[in-house]
Design a protein around this ligand. Structure first.
Ligand code: 5AD
Ligand code: FES
Length: 349
Protein backbone atom coordinates (compact mmCIF):
# COMPACT_ATOMS: atom_id res chain seq x y z
CA UNK A 1 0.00 0.00 0.00
CA UNK A 2 2.79 2.37 0.96
CA UNK A 3 4.43 1.89 -2.42
CA UNK A 4 1.16 2.69 -4.18
CA UNK A 5 0.65 5.83 -2.08
CA UNK A 6 4.20 6.94 -2.95
CA UNK A 7 3.51 6.31 -6.62
CA UNK A 8 0.27 8.32 -6.42
CA UNK A 9 2.20 11.11 -4.70
CA UNK A 10 5.02 11.20 -7.25
CA UNK A 11 3.07 10.57 -10.46
CA UNK A 12 -0.33 12.07 -9.47
CA UNK A 13 -1.85 9.06 -11.17
CA UNK A 14 -2.58 5.38 -10.73
CA UNK A 15 -4.32 2.75 -12.82
CA UNK A 16 -7.89 1.72 -12.16
CA UNK A 17 -6.76 -1.49 -10.43
CA UNK A 18 -4.21 0.31 -8.29
CA UNK A 19 -6.79 2.87 -7.11
CA UNK A 20 -9.22 0.09 -6.32
CA UNK A 21 -6.53 -1.81 -4.47
CA UNK A 22 -5.92 1.26 -2.29
CA UNK A 23 -9.60 1.83 -1.56
CA UNK A 24 -10.18 -1.83 -0.73
CA UNK A 25 -7.09 -2.61 1.29
CA UNK A 26 -5.60 0.39 3.10
CA UNK A 27 -5.11 -0.16 6.84
CA UNK A 28 -5.46 2.68 9.34
CA UNK A 29 -1.66 3.09 9.24
CA UNK A 30 -1.73 3.42 5.45
CA UNK A 31 -4.50 6.00 5.72
CA UNK A 32 -2.40 8.11 8.10
CA UNK A 33 0.46 7.92 5.59
CA UNK A 34 -1.88 8.89 2.71
CA UNK A 35 -3.09 11.95 4.63
CA UNK A 36 0.49 12.98 5.46
CA UNK A 37 1.30 12.97 1.76
CA UNK A 38 -1.91 14.88 0.94
CA UNK A 39 -0.97 17.55 3.49
CA UNK A 40 2.53 17.84 2.06
CA UNK A 41 1.15 18.40 -1.42
CA UNK A 42 -1.46 20.96 -0.26
CA UNK A 43 1.26 22.82 1.68
CA UNK A 44 3.59 22.81 -1.30
CA UNK A 45 1.03 24.61 -3.50
CA UNK A 46 -1.07 26.64 -1.05
CA UNK A 47 0.89 26.50 2.25
CA UNK A 48 -1.35 26.14 5.28
CA UNK A 49 -3.90 28.64 3.97
CA UNK A 50 -7.60 27.97 3.98
CA UNK A 51 -9.64 30.00 1.49
CA UNK A 52 -13.09 31.33 2.30
CA UNK A 53 -16.14 31.51 0.07
CA UNK A 54 -19.36 33.19 1.10
CA UNK A 55 -22.25 30.96 0.09
CA UNK A 56 -25.52 32.63 -0.92
CA UNK A 57 -28.32 30.11 -1.40
CA UNK A 58 -30.60 32.37 -3.40
CA UNK A 59 -33.40 30.01 -4.49
CA UNK A 60 -34.59 26.56 -3.51
CA UNK A 61 -37.04 26.25 -6.39
CA UNK A 62 -35.83 23.43 -8.60
CA UNK A 63 -37.08 21.71 -11.73
CA UNK A 64 -34.74 18.71 -11.35
CA UNK A 65 -35.59 15.36 -9.85
CA UNK A 66 -32.36 14.24 -8.16
CA UNK A 67 -33.84 11.63 -5.84
CA UNK A 68 -31.38 12.22 -2.97
CA UNK A 69 -31.99 15.96 -2.68
CA UNK A 70 -34.46 17.58 -0.29
CA UNK A 71 -35.31 20.43 -2.66
CA UNK A 72 -36.04 18.28 -5.72
CA UNK A 73 -39.07 19.30 -7.78
CA UNK A 74 -41.19 16.43 -6.48
CA UNK A 75 -40.90 17.35 -2.79
CA UNK A 76 -44.15 19.16 -2.10
CA UNK A 77 -43.19 19.54 1.57
CA UNK A 78 -40.26 21.87 0.80
CA UNK A 79 -40.94 25.51 1.72
CA UNK A 80 -39.89 27.32 -1.42
CA UNK A 81 -38.25 30.77 -1.45
CA UNK A 82 -36.37 33.11 -3.74
CA UNK A 83 -34.12 35.98 -2.73
CA UNK A 84 -34.60 39.26 -4.57
CA UNK A 85 -31.69 40.98 -6.28
CA UNK A 86 -31.64 43.40 -3.37
CA UNK A 87 -31.47 40.53 -0.84
CA UNK A 88 -28.55 39.02 -2.76
CA UNK A 89 -26.71 42.34 -2.82
CA UNK A 90 -27.29 42.72 0.92
CA UNK A 91 -25.69 39.32 1.46
CA UNK A 92 -22.68 40.43 -0.62
CA UNK A 93 -22.44 43.62 1.40
CA UNK A 94 -22.49 41.74 4.71
CA UNK A 95 -19.97 39.27 3.33
CA UNK A 96 -17.67 41.94 1.97
CA UNK A 97 -17.53 43.67 5.35
CA UNK A 98 -16.65 40.38 7.00
CA UNK A 99 -13.76 39.96 4.55
CA UNK A 100 -15.14 37.59 1.94
CA UNK A 101 -13.76 38.10 -1.58
CA UNK A 102 -15.65 35.27 -3.26
CA UNK A 103 -19.42 35.05 -3.49
CA UNK A 104 -20.95 31.75 -4.46
CA UNK A 105 -24.44 32.11 -5.91
CA UNK A 106 -26.01 28.71 -5.48
CA UNK A 107 -29.54 27.66 -6.21
CA UNK A 108 -31.82 24.98 -7.52
CA UNK A 109 -32.51 24.90 -11.25
CA UNK A 110 -35.07 27.70 -11.07
CA UNK A 111 -36.55 28.90 -14.39
CA UNK A 112 -37.60 32.17 -12.72
CA UNK A 113 -33.95 33.24 -12.81
CA UNK A 114 -33.67 33.65 -16.56
CA UNK A 115 -30.31 34.33 -18.20
CA UNK A 116 -31.20 38.03 -18.39
CA UNK A 117 -31.89 38.16 -14.66
CA UNK A 118 -28.65 36.30 -13.86
CA UNK A 119 -26.60 38.57 -16.11
CA UNK A 120 -28.08 41.61 -14.38
CA UNK A 121 -27.23 40.20 -10.93
CA UNK A 122 -23.69 39.21 -11.97
CA UNK A 123 -23.00 42.62 -13.57
CA UNK A 124 -24.29 44.49 -10.55
CA UNK A 125 -22.17 42.49 -8.11
CA UNK A 126 -19.10 42.91 -10.34
CA UNK A 127 -19.65 46.67 -10.56
CA UNK A 128 -20.01 47.04 -6.81
CA UNK A 129 -17.27 44.55 -5.88
CA UNK A 130 -14.83 44.54 -8.81
CA UNK A 131 -12.14 42.75 -6.81
CA UNK A 132 -14.34 39.87 -5.77
CA UNK A 133 -14.75 36.56 -7.57
CA UNK A 134 -18.21 35.32 -8.50
CA UNK A 135 -18.88 31.61 -8.47
CA UNK A 136 -22.10 30.28 -9.95
CA UNK A 137 -23.71 27.00 -8.95
CA UNK A 138 -27.04 26.92 -10.78
CA UNK A 139 -26.95 23.66 -12.67
CA UNK A 140 -27.07 22.54 -16.27
CA UNK A 141 -27.33 25.26 -18.94
CA UNK A 142 -26.48 25.62 -22.61
CA UNK A 143 -23.04 26.65 -23.84
CA UNK A 144 -24.54 30.03 -24.81
CA UNK A 145 -25.90 30.67 -21.32
CA UNK A 146 -22.62 29.71 -19.66
CA UNK A 147 -20.79 32.00 -22.11
CA UNK A 148 -23.10 34.96 -21.35
CA UNK A 149 -22.54 34.54 -17.59
CA UNK A 150 -18.78 34.39 -18.12
CA UNK A 151 -18.86 37.45 -20.36
CA UNK A 152 -20.81 39.35 -17.72
CA UNK A 153 -18.16 38.63 -15.10
CA UNK A 154 -18.68 35.21 -13.52
CA UNK A 155 -15.30 33.60 -12.79
CA UNK A 156 -16.06 30.13 -11.49
CA UNK A 157 -18.74 27.48 -11.84
CA UNK A 158 -19.56 24.57 -9.57
CA UNK A 159 -21.37 21.62 -11.09
CA UNK A 160 -20.76 18.36 -9.31
CA UNK A 161 -20.93 15.39 -11.65
CA UNK A 162 -22.44 13.58 -8.58
CA UNK A 163 -21.18 10.17 -9.74
CA UNK A 164 -19.15 9.19 -12.80
CA UNK A 165 -20.90 5.85 -13.07
CA UNK A 166 -23.48 6.27 -15.83
CA UNK A 167 -25.79 3.57 -14.47
CA UNK A 168 -25.67 4.89 -10.89
CA UNK A 169 -26.16 8.46 -12.22
CA UNK A 170 -29.23 7.43 -14.17
CA UNK A 171 -30.74 5.59 -11.21
CA UNK A 172 -30.44 8.76 -9.09
CA UNK A 173 -31.53 11.26 -11.75
CA UNK A 174 -34.70 10.26 -13.56
CA UNK A 175 -35.22 12.27 -16.74
CA UNK A 176 -31.69 13.63 -16.71
CA UNK A 177 -28.81 12.82 -19.03
CA UNK A 178 -25.40 11.79 -17.78
CA UNK A 179 -23.90 12.85 -21.11
CA UNK A 180 -25.37 16.33 -20.78
CA UNK A 181 -23.92 16.72 -17.30
CA UNK A 182 -20.45 15.86 -18.60
CA UNK A 183 -20.96 18.10 -21.65
CA UNK A 184 -21.69 21.00 -19.30
CA UNK A 185 -18.40 20.50 -17.45
CA UNK A 186 -16.35 20.45 -20.66
CA UNK A 187 -18.22 23.51 -22.00
CA UNK A 188 -17.49 25.41 -18.79
CA UNK A 189 -13.82 24.55 -19.07
CA UNK A 190 -13.56 25.57 -22.70
CA UNK A 191 -15.21 28.93 -21.98
CA UNK A 192 -12.53 29.70 -19.42
CA UNK A 193 -14.20 29.28 -16.03
CA UNK A 194 -12.48 27.82 -13.03
CA UNK A 195 -14.55 24.68 -12.92
CA UNK A 196 -15.61 22.63 -9.94
CA UNK A 197 -16.76 19.05 -10.36
CA UNK A 198 -17.38 16.59 -7.55
CA UNK A 199 -19.37 13.71 -6.18
CA UNK A 200 -21.09 12.26 -3.14
CA UNK A 201 -19.54 9.53 -1.02
CA UNK A 202 -21.64 6.67 0.34
CA UNK A 203 -24.57 6.93 -2.05
CA UNK A 204 -26.90 3.93 -1.84
CA UNK A 205 -25.52 1.12 -4.04
CA UNK A 206 -22.24 2.99 -4.66
CA UNK A 207 -19.23 0.66 -4.76
CA UNK A 208 -15.50 1.30 -4.55
CA UNK A 209 -15.43 0.61 -8.30
CA UNK A 210 -17.80 3.55 -8.76
CA UNK A 211 -15.56 5.78 -6.63
CA UNK A 212 -12.55 4.78 -8.73
CA UNK A 213 -14.51 5.92 -11.78
CA UNK A 214 -15.03 9.26 -10.02
CA UNK A 215 -11.29 9.62 -9.43
CA UNK A 216 -10.40 8.67 -13.01
CA UNK A 217 -13.02 11.07 -14.36
CA UNK A 218 -11.59 13.92 -12.26
CA UNK A 219 -8.10 13.15 -13.53
CA UNK A 220 -9.33 13.27 -17.12
CA UNK A 221 -11.40 16.45 -16.71
CA UNK A 222 -8.75 18.32 -14.73
CA UNK A 223 -11.08 20.67 -12.81
CA UNK A 224 -9.75 23.60 -10.77
CA UNK A 225 -11.98 22.76 -7.82
CA UNK A 226 -13.53 19.56 -6.51
CA UNK A 227 -16.44 19.43 -4.08
CA UNK A 228 -17.11 16.14 -2.39
CA UNK A 229 -19.18 15.27 0.63
CA UNK A 230 -20.90 12.34 2.26
CA UNK A 231 -24.41 11.46 1.13
CA UNK A 232 -26.88 12.21 3.94
CA UNK A 233 -30.52 11.13 3.60
CA UNK A 234 -33.34 13.67 3.60
CA UNK A 235 -36.55 12.62 5.34
CA UNK A 236 -38.84 13.76 2.52
CA UNK A 237 -37.08 11.77 -0.21
CA UNK A 238 -37.36 8.12 -1.15
CA UNK A 239 -33.83 7.56 0.16
CA UNK A 240 -34.93 8.56 3.68
CA UNK A 241 -34.07 5.17 5.19
CA UNK A 242 -30.69 4.74 3.50
CA UNK A 243 -27.46 5.07 5.49
CA UNK A 244 -25.24 8.12 5.23
CA UNK A 245 -21.75 8.10 3.85
CA UNK A 246 -18.99 8.39 6.45
CA UNK A 247 -16.50 11.06 7.45
CA UNK A 248 -13.66 8.53 7.28
CA UNK A 249 -14.35 7.45 3.71
CA UNK A 250 -14.83 11.05 2.58
CA UNK A 251 -11.51 12.01 4.20
CA UNK A 252 -9.71 9.19 2.35
CA UNK A 253 -11.15 10.38 -0.95
CA UNK A 254 -10.21 13.99 -0.20
CA UNK A 255 -6.62 12.89 0.38
CA UNK A 256 -6.56 10.84 -2.82
CA UNK A 257 -7.99 13.77 -4.82
CA UNK A 258 -5.29 16.07 -3.40
CA UNK A 259 -2.64 13.66 -4.73
CA UNK A 260 -4.35 13.18 -8.10
CA UNK A 261 -4.90 16.94 -8.67
CA UNK A 262 -2.13 18.58 -6.61
CA UNK A 263 -3.18 22.22 -7.10
CA UNK A 264 -6.93 21.70 -6.80
CA UNK A 265 -9.07 23.89 -4.53
CA UNK A 266 -10.78 21.39 -2.29
CA UNK A 267 -13.49 22.35 0.19
CA UNK A 268 -14.12 20.72 3.53
CA UNK A 269 -17.87 20.72 2.98
CA UNK A 270 -20.88 21.50 5.15
CA UNK A 271 -22.09 17.90 4.73
CA UNK A 272 -18.84 16.73 6.33
CA UNK A 273 -19.43 19.13 9.23
CA UNK A 274 -22.99 17.85 9.51
CA UNK A 275 -21.96 14.22 10.00
CA UNK A 276 -19.45 15.00 12.73
CA UNK A 277 -18.87 18.11 14.89
CA UNK A 278 -15.26 18.31 13.67
CA UNK A 279 -15.85 16.81 10.24
CA UNK A 280 -14.60 19.90 8.40
CA UNK A 281 -11.42 19.97 10.50
CA UNK A 282 -10.84 16.34 9.59
CA UNK A 283 -11.30 17.32 5.93
CA UNK A 284 -8.70 20.09 6.22
CA UNK A 285 -6.26 17.63 7.79
CA UNK A 286 -6.81 15.31 4.83
CA UNK A 287 -5.74 17.83 2.18
CA UNK A 288 -8.73 20.16 1.84
CA UNK A 289 -8.09 23.93 1.73
CA UNK A 290 -11.41 25.74 1.26
CA UNK A 291 -14.44 26.37 3.47
CA UNK A 292 -17.73 27.85 2.35
CA UNK A 293 -19.58 29.43 5.26
CA UNK A 294 -23.17 30.46 4.76
CA UNK A 295 -24.05 34.07 3.92
CA UNK A 296 -27.74 33.51 3.23
CA UNK A 297 -30.25 35.45 5.36
CA UNK A 298 -31.02 33.38 8.48
CA UNK A 299 -34.76 33.31 7.76
CA UNK A 300 -34.23 31.14 4.63
CA UNK A 301 -31.37 28.93 5.82
CA UNK A 302 -33.49 26.04 7.02
CA UNK A 303 -35.41 26.00 3.79
CA UNK A 304 -32.30 25.21 1.76
CA UNK A 305 -32.54 21.72 3.10
CA UNK A 306 -30.68 19.31 0.82
CA UNK A 307 -30.26 16.69 3.58
CA UNK A 308 -31.22 16.23 7.22
CA UNK A 309 -29.42 17.99 10.04
CA UNK A 310 -27.57 20.59 7.93
CA UNK A 311 -25.41 22.76 10.19
CA UNK A 312 -25.14 26.56 10.28
CA UNK A 313 -28.87 27.15 9.84
CA UNK A 314 -29.32 29.24 12.99
CA UNK A 315 -26.17 31.35 12.90
CA UNK A 316 -25.80 34.86 11.50
CA UNK A 317 -23.08 35.39 8.87
CA UNK A 318 -20.71 36.90 11.44
CA UNK A 319 -21.23 33.98 13.81
CA UNK A 320 -20.41 31.48 11.07
CA UNK A 321 -17.28 33.45 10.22
CA UNK A 322 -16.08 33.47 13.83
CA UNK A 323 -16.92 29.82 14.28
CA UNK A 324 -15.07 28.77 11.16
CA UNK A 325 -12.10 31.00 11.98
CA UNK A 326 -11.74 29.29 15.37
CA UNK A 327 -11.98 25.87 13.80
CA UNK A 328 -9.39 26.66 11.13
CA UNK A 329 -6.91 28.22 13.51
CA UNK A 330 -7.24 25.55 16.16
CA UNK A 331 -6.47 22.95 13.48
CA UNK A 332 -3.18 24.69 12.67
CA UNK A 333 -4.26 26.51 9.51
CA UNK A 334 -4.57 30.21 8.67
CA UNK A 335 -7.55 31.93 7.17
CA UNK A 336 -6.78 33.55 3.81
CA UNK A 337 -8.97 36.47 2.79
CA UNK A 338 -7.77 36.80 -0.81
CA UNK A 339 -9.89 35.74 -3.79
CA UNK A 340 -8.10 32.43 -3.68
CA UNK A 341 -7.98 31.60 -7.36
CA UNK A 342 -6.53 28.32 -8.52
CA UNK A 343 -2.80 28.98 -8.96
CA UNK A 344 -2.90 27.71 -12.53
CA UNK A 345 -5.83 29.77 -13.78
CA UNK A 346 -5.94 33.13 -15.54
CA UNK A 347 -9.07 34.79 -16.83
CA UNK A 348 -9.19 34.61 -20.62
CA UNK A 349 -10.31 38.22 -20.99
N1 5AD B 1 -26.61 14.46 0.82
C1 5AD B 1 -25.41 15.01 0.56
N2 5AD B 1 -25.20 15.91 -0.41
C2 5AD B 1 -26.26 16.28 -1.16
N3 5AD B 1 -26.35 17.12 -2.19
C3 5AD B 1 -27.64 17.18 -2.57
N4 5AD B 1 -28.39 16.35 -1.82
C4 5AD B 1 -27.55 15.77 -0.92
C5 5AD B 1 -27.70 14.81 0.10
N5 5AD B 1 -28.89 14.26 0.38
C6 5AD B 1 -25.20 17.77 -2.79
C7 5AD B 1 -25.10 17.45 -4.28
C8 5AD B 1 -25.20 18.81 -4.93
C9 5AD B 1 -24.75 19.74 -3.84
C10 5AD B 1 -25.21 21.15 -3.99
O1 5AD B 1 -25.29 19.16 -2.67
O2 5AD B 1 -23.83 16.85 -4.55
O3 5AD B 1 -24.42 18.95 -6.09
FE1 FES C 1 -21.49 28.19 10.58
FE2 FES C 1 -19.86 27.10 12.48
S1 FES C 1 -19.42 27.62 10.40
S2 FES C 1 -21.86 27.95 12.71
Amino acid sequence: MKRLIDKLHIESNLSKNELLNLLNNMTSKDIIYLKEKANMVRNKHYQNKVFLRGLIEFTNHCKSHCIYCGINAKNSLAHRYRLSKEDILNCCNTGYKLGYRTFVLQGGEDPYFTDDKMVDIIETIKTQYPHCAITLSIGEKSYQSYKRFYDSGADRYLLRHETASKSLYESLHPNMSFENRIRCLYDLKSIGYQVGAGFMVGLPNQTNEDLVQDLLFLKKLGPHMVGIGPFIPHEDTILRNCSSGTVDKTAILLAMIRLILPDVLLPATTALGTLHPTGREKGLKSGANVVMPNLSPTNVREKYSLYNGKICTGEEAAECMNCIKGRIESSGFILDFSRGDNINWKRKY
